[in-house]
Every structure is written in structure tokens, then in C-alpha cells.
Design a protein around this ligand. Sequence first.
Ligand SMILES: Cc1ncc(C[n+]2csc(CCOP(=O)(O)OP(=O)(O)O)c2C)c(N)n1
Ligand code: SF4
Length: 248
Amino acid sequence: MAIVFKRTEGLAEIPFHYCPGCTHGIIHRLVGEVLEELGVLGDAIGVAPVGCSVLAYDYFNCDMHEAAHGRAPAVATGIKRVHPNNVVFTYQGDGDLASIGTAEIVHAAHRSENITTIFVNNAIYGMTGGQMAPTTLPGQKATTSPYGRDPKHCGMPLKVSEMLATIPGASYVERVSVHNPANIRKAKKAIKKAFECQLAGKGFSIIEVLSTCPTNWGLTPVEALKWLEENMLPYYPLGNFRTPEEVK
Ligand SMILES: Cc1ncc(C[n+]2csc(CCOP(=O)(O)OP(=O)(O)O)c2C)c(N)n1
Ligand code: SF4
């Protein structure tokens, strides 16, 4: 019988620890599939963040390195400069990348390091129990904003892709989502293009993936997908902010 669906070689045979309905797992799978399809699993070196995806170093079937909170782009910079022929990527949450690691991601983009970042934006600090992140939406409840984020005190949520797209060194910047099958397919295409951008030596690429955190949002997995669609998409529009074709 023909096999129509199987585990990607890009992921190790280890069950994920993610909560039911968490879309970190889908994003892992897409990255694994892309690395496998590009035939670069043997050359890939990933850098895992601090956050719910801290164990990414166990899941991806390639060499992995752990970085201190927010520092993945700096660690990836060092690895890529020493091993320019390897495919180097970071996998980071929004607390990791958009809060404590803001400096690292901005300067990696500014220097146009030839690395790829997978940025998982679930609008909250998942691992530590649902505190407000820079990406938490106005009015969104978090354990540190029980009445909802008040932009008067906290500012508006940081739009990382739009911000990075203003940096000339950022060669490819795209925001995608994984809340339904059509968007999952588009997300995979963007992730593949980001790695191709790196393989072509075009410099820094980042794919922001809108993701769910049913546990800390206090929603069922299905409600969380709907919440993402109805609340995150209007503030975080999907699309291309910089394309590698623009790189001279
Ligand atoms: C220097 C430092 N500060 C704070 C922490 C605590 N901490 C661990 S994970 C995390 C937030 C993770 O949130 P995010 O990056 O959004 O990832 P998620 O868990 O939502 O996937 C924080 C604040 C830490 N480990 N190290
Ligand atoms: S706490 Fe949230 S981000 Fe973390 S694994 Fe659970 S659902 Fe996913």
C-alpha cells in the first residue's frame, strides 16, 4: 500500500511535550519537513530558545544548540560565521525574541547575518504561566494584566516583522499563521523560501508564525484557533514585508 503520510525525517521520534492544541508542534513539523525536502538535515544547526520550545533541541533531527533567553541570534551568528557552509536557524518565542532578545534580533538583522529565524508569536509568555509579552494584544488578559493590556501603561503591541522590515539588512521578512490548513501550507512555503534565501547567501531571513497558546489563553484548542483568527490577524496582518528578490 502506498504511504501517503509519514513522520518527517526532520523530527526525531520523540513525543512532543506541548499542551493539546498548541501549534508549536505544527510549526516544528513544517521546519522539519522543509529541512528534509531541501536535503540539508545533515548540514543544519538549530538554536533553541528559552520558553515552551526549549526542548526543540530534542525534537529536530539535526545538530542543535541551546541559547540563554533571547540570545539565539547571537549564538547563531557565531555558529554561522565559524561554519558558513552549514544551514543555521533559530526557533524563538515572542517573549524570547521580542522582549529580552530584542537587541540580538535587531542587530542580527542589521548585520544581515546569513541565518534564518522562525519566530513563534503566541502573544503571551507561555512557559512561565501566561504573563504579558510585548506582543500581547490591547485588552488581552494575562496573569500580569488581569484586567487586560492597557496601552496607556504598556504601549501598543510590538509588530516585530514591520519593525525588522525597516532594516536594510533584513532580506526576507514574512508573517504567516497556522490556524487552518490553507495557512499551514502558506507557512511551509514561506519557511522553505527563508531557508532558500540563506542557501543563496542573501542574508538575514525571518518568518513570524502566529501561533496559539490554548492553556494560557484559557481556551479549548478549537476556540484558540478561532481566537487567533479573529483577534491576532487584524492586528498582525499576514504577508510579505521584505522579499529576497529585492536584495541586490
Ligand atoms: C534571563 C531570563 N529571564 C527570564 C526567564 C524566564 N522565562 C523563561 S521562558 C520565558 C518566556 C517564554 O515566553 P515565549 O518566548 O513567548 O515562549 P512560549 O513559552 O510562549 O513559547 C521567561 C520569561 C529566563 N529563563 N531567563
Ligand atoms: S503553555 Fe502555551 S505555548 Fe506552552 S506548550 Fe502549552 S499551549 Fe503551547
